[in-house]
Ligand binder design. Structure first.
Ligand SMILES: NC(=O)c1ccc[n+]([C@@H]2O[C@H](COP(=O)([O-])OP(=O)(O)OC[C@H]3O[C@@H](n4cnc5c(N)ncnc54)[C@H](OP(=O)(O)O)[C@@H]3O)[C@@H](O)[C@H]2O)c1
Length: 430
């Protein structure tokens, strides 16, 4: 008869240290919740000599994850090393060895989820990944369990804390992108190579995971249209505010019958909307369904303890299943087939900021381009660029237009000799 449940941890950095702390310091609570002691039996890291924020016994610390995933004293492997390889191989290896797996790895789940879920079913084990999206915010489990009777119509989310911090600072303090990014790096909110965050790649991984669960069909990160925040300037924030909007990096997936459009890009949203008020490093996910209408999940999307909370919840859920001898966990069932459509199918309102020569007839020529592309203008604001400049800045808001028409308009505007620069084009999300 089983007298304890063994956990093996791969990676003891920001999240892994928090998880080790919770398992060791919270052992009596966890024991009561699981019904058996939950023991951290083995830990594998890259460099076992490194100083740890939560020191653990040398007898359980090693550098060989390959051995750990075969260890008989371990029933649950917790993968917290991050990155695609070799994390994927460790997860697949653990599953093949009959181990349950808990991971926070959005890249691996986004790119290889379907393969992992299917292998887990064959081997009769569970792979749980609550912390892969939204850090401490419960969103995977609600999508898989609590909303299972619903047909999800759309997901609208702020799921990258780094970019949300940068955009909040740019909006509130009219500071430029480069200086906020460098401050965010000093504070530890942005990595030294911020590409994954600021180019929207991280948010696309997470949106693909949410979309896969919501629409019950494998949707990969490469299926998601992705545009980052690096083109935004303080002027965009100033004009957005004047027009009654906030600018956020939104991750949006919309279902239209059997078609799904997934997109990550900066968006102007009316300032009164709940998502517009999600500031700093916080995350929020709004799910719209046929039965509950809209629900919003909101909270800390990263950090050692919030993320560890989600990881340990997954560990406890699996441990309860092992202890109770009954499987109450929800396997991922990708039972539907959806067609992923291109951003060209989008129809929405757009904001344009451009610089043009300040002369009679220029506005008419610009308006003609919009008209020829079938785009109707809802407002036109002209801003001076200072006494010495012979150019003017134009802020144009459109009615709903097709993305493909907007692409065509941008290309035609670029060819107009009176247009000096297209500063930005931002999609509006009402
Ligand atoms: N940080 C967050 O707030 C957060 C939030 C949500 C999800 N996540 C996800 O959680 C995971 C872990 O993130 P983190 O921030 O904790 O990362 P981290 O601080 O960089 O820690 C990574 C850990 O993995 C170990 N490691 C790396 N390569 C290894 C290898 N080949 N073999 C054995 N160990 C290896 C490292 O060992 P050494 O310590 O010896 O170098 C380190 O302990 C990632 O998938 C991340 O996306 C993180």
């Amino acid at each position: 008869m089983r007298t304890s449940i063994g956990v093996g941890l791969i990676g003891m950095g920001v999240v892994g240290s928090g998880v080790a702390r919770l398992i060791i310091e919270g052992s009596s609570t966890l024991r009561n919740q699981v019904g058996l002691p939950l023991n951290l039996n083995k830990v594998a890291v890259r460099d076992s000599r490194k100083q740890r924020s939560f020191p653990i016994g040398k007898n359980i610390l090693g550098e060989e994850p390959e051995k750990l995933i075969k260890d008989d004293s371990v029933q649950i492997i917790v993968e917290l090393m991050g990155g695609e390889h070799p994390a994927l191989e460790f997860i697949l290896g653990a599953v093949k060895n009959g181990k349950h797996v808990v991971t926070a790895n959005k890249e691996v789940i986004s790119k290889h989820g379907a393969e992992i879920f299917s292998l887990a079913r064959e081997n009769n084990v569970r792979v749980l990944f609550e912390a892969s999206v939204g850090g401490g915010v419960p969103i995977i489990s609600p999508l898989m369990r609590d909303l299972v009777a619903n047909d999800v119509k759309s997901i609208k989310a702020i799921i990258n804390g780094t970019t949300n911090y940068i955009l909040t600072r740019m909006a509130n303090e009219q500071v430029n992108y480069e200086s906020v990014l460098s401050e965010a790096q000093t504070l530890g909110y942005a990595e030294s190579d911020p590409t994954n965050d600021v180019e929207g790649i991280d948010a696309a991984y997470k949106l693909s995971i949410l979309s896969t669960l919501a629409f019950r069909s494998s949707i990969k990160n490469t299926d998601i249209f992705t545009e980052g925040i690096t083109n935004l300037t303080d002027k965009d924030f100033q004009y957005a505010e004047e027009l009654g909007y906030s600018i956020k990096l939104l991750a949006i997936a919309t279902r239209m019958e059997s078609r799904v459009l997934g997109r990550v890009h900066p968006a102007m949203i009316p300032s009164g909307q709940m998502l517009a008020k999600v500031d700093d490093v916080l995350n929020a996910v709004e799910i719209e369904t046929d039965l509950v209408d809209k629900v919003l999940f909101h909270g800390p999307g990263a950090g050692s303890l919030p993320t560890s909370s989600a990881v340990v919840a997954d560990i406890v859920n699996i441990a309860r299943t092992i202890a109770g001898g009954t499987d109450l966990l929800d396997p991922v069932r990708l039972t539907e087939t959806v067609e992923v459509v291109s951003i060209d199918t989008l129809s929405t309102k757009y904001y344009f900021r451009l610089e043009a020569v300040d002369q009679p007839g220029v506005l008419a020529r610009i308006a003609t381009v919009f008209g020829d592309c079938g785009i109707s203008i809802s407002s036109f604001i002209q801003k001076g660029l200072g006494d010495k400049s012979t150019d003017a800045e134009l802020v144009i808001m459109t009615h709903k237009a097709n993305e493909s028409s907007v692409t065509e308009a941008v290309s035609r505007l670029r060819k107009l000799d009176v247009v000096k620069m297209i500063g930005n084009v931002i999609r509006v999300v009402e």
